[in-house]
Ligand binder design. Structure first.
Ligand code: GLN
Length: 532
């Protein structure tokens, strides 16, 4: 039988609920439990795929092609959990399902209501994680206690716990215990009030996890326990970590969160083995080989979360090479405006990530030209690969005006064009080429050396592709098509064989990188950066 943990958040957003949930999953995992995870998001978009990266941050893509919340990236990275379409439900998705059922006549004769129809659908979404292969399912509820829009989700988990019986479901509430500088004190009142809001709707947290900047004293634990109606030993401190988010599970293990949760769920403790993880964190903090600087030339740079998995994958690659990776975030429009390339000139490597639309493209192309002409290790991802193709067409093959039809519908040389399968697509939501597809790599490529195999599977999220009509011209002009779809119709990887390390891919390798297992392309990219 699958046991359930529900994680809610209080006081403010951005408390790191996803990282806390993922850290707990990691600890339970390393105690030998099989864990599944899920996020329930209260917004009305059916998925985050239609939101701007500035609104929502990165859209994380699963193997089965779901466009999801970036917290799922934490789940997969911390706990080595495989997320799927069952791992992220939004209000929009729940309502769409219920409304479709209503149209089919499944509730014929009845009035369709938030309770029970919406809440039942939410409970079905939660139960979709249950399987004989899952011991513990962790469900994170997006938003903050007190938000109007999260009420149906909270009501659903209240019912769920009530129906599941003693010891089978628990509530963890993550809250903020702020330090008030002027008073020189940390304050418990906001947490008391947040738990009060939950109590009004029938939820009494079993565990209170307190995010705090300063260490909490005994009096704070006592106060929180008494006024929040929670056992003192189940008030857990989660202090800010100094160096890396990967320290969080180690800190939570020191507070015995995992053991206390297992007790509440009436599960045996089993042994915890996180030695590899601790070593990885030591390497992040104190690498043996100094540091390298990677310029990430993006178009959503001002929002750190927009490239979350890229930054994490770079840090994993640092661990694999025992080096610190400093990330210089370069806004491509800034680079575009400059007369020179001084923003990226001293970087050890250049990475151009994915994106949509024509804003900032000249700056990306300028960065790629600089990398190519100065033999600086380069990794292009999705839009980054498409820009590398455009740059090569214009500046090496002499195809003036070459472009992607995404940016210039009338370009004389459409070297990047809409995929055939996309030409008849009208709706925007969930209609890109999404999820894992196989790719065959050519021997003698940098990619083959990195992966150590010629058959790979990587995740995608795009509508445009390398225009195969131009393929011969590029190959004759020295560009190496290093990877394609098995039927060779889609170009998946390009390389510039004359350069030290110049690789660009249509897929998103960053989604599959893990702290203990850096992605091969990121690993070798950083290795090349170390030779500058
Ligand atoms: N805009 C490009 C496309 O749709 C690239 C997408 C991306 O970088 N994820 O093909």
């Amino acid at each position: 039988m699958t046991k359930h943990i529900f994680i809610t958040g209080g006081v403010v957003s951005s408390l790191g609920k996803g990282i806390t949930a993922a850290s707990l999953a990691m600890l339970l995992n390393h105690r030998g439990y099989r864990v599944a995870m899920q996020k329930l998001d209260p917004y009305i978009n059916v998925d985050p795929g239609t939101m701007s990266p500035y609104q929502h941050g990165e859209v994380y893509v699963t193997d089965d092609g779901a466009e999801t919340d970036l917290d799922l990236g934490h789940y997969e990275r911390f706990a080595e959990i495989k997320c799927s379409k069952a791992s992220n439900f939004t209000t929009g998705r729940i309502y769409s399902t219920v409304i479709a059922k209503e149209r089919r006549g499944e509730f014929l004769g009845g009035t369709v209501q938030v309770i029970p129809h919406i809440t039942d659908e939410i409970k079905r979404a939660i139960l979709s994680l249950d399987s004989p292969d899952v011991d513990i399912a962790i469900t994170e509820i997006g938003g903050t206690a007190g938000d109007i829009e999260s009420l149906p989700f909270l009501e659903a988990i209240r019912q769920f716990k009530h129906e599941s019986g003693l010891g089978n479901s628990i509530f963890i509430h993550l809250t903020l215990v702020p330090y008030i500088k002027a008073a020189g004190e940390i304050k418990t009142k906001p947490s008391q009030q947040s738990v009060g809001i939950l109590r009004e709707i029938g939820i009494i947290p079993d565990v209170l996890v307190c995010r705090t900047e300063k260490p909490m004293e005994d009096e704070h634990f006592c106060k929180l326990a008494l006024f929040c109606n929670i056992l003192k030993e189940l008030v857990i401190e989660e202090r800010d970590v100094q160096n890396s988010i990967y320290e969080v599970p180690i800190e939570l293990a020191a507070q015995k969160l995992d053991i206390k949760v297992l007790d509440l769920l009436r599960l045996e403790h089993k042994e915890l083995d996180i030695e590899n993880w601790k070593q990885m964190v030591d390497t992040v903090i104190n690498p043996a080989n100094g540091d390298v600087t990677v310029a990430v030339v993006g178009k959503y740079i001002s929002l750190k979360d927009a490239y979350k998995s890229i930054y994490e994958a770079l840090s994993h690659a640092g661990v694999a090479n025992d080096v610190r990776v400093n990330i210089r975030m370069v806004e491509s429009e800034e680079l575009e405006k400059m007369t020179d390339c001084s923003l990226i000139a001293d970087a050890d490597a250049i990475l151009v990530p994915g994106g949509f639309g024509d804003r900032g493209i000249p700056g990306k192309i300028k960065a790629i030209k600089y990398a190519r002409e100065n033999n600086i290790p380069f990794l292009g991802i999705c839009l980054g690969m498409q820009c590398a193709v455009i740059e090569y067409a214009r500046n090496v093959l002499g195809l003036t005006g070459a472009d992607s039809t995404e940016f210039d519908a009338n370009t004389p040389y459409p070297v990047i064009d809409l995929m055939l399968a996309q030409k008849k697509v009208c709706e925007k939501g969930g209609t890109m080429r999404l999820g894992a597809y196989p790719c065959i790599i050519k021997t003698d490529s940098k990619s083959a050396r990195a992966y150590g195999t010629l058959n790979i599977s990587e995740r995608h999220r795009h509508r445009y592709e390398f225009n195969s009509v131009c393929r011969q011209q590029f190959e004759e002009g020295g560009l190496f098509i290093a990877g394609t779809s098995p039927d060779e119709s889609l170009v998946e990887i390009i390389e510039n064989p004359g350069l030290k390390w110049f690789v660009a891919c249509q897929f998103h390798p960053e989604f599959k990188s893990r702290p203990l297992q850096a992605h091969p392309l990121f690993r070798d990219f950083i290795k090349a950066a170390m030779t500058k």
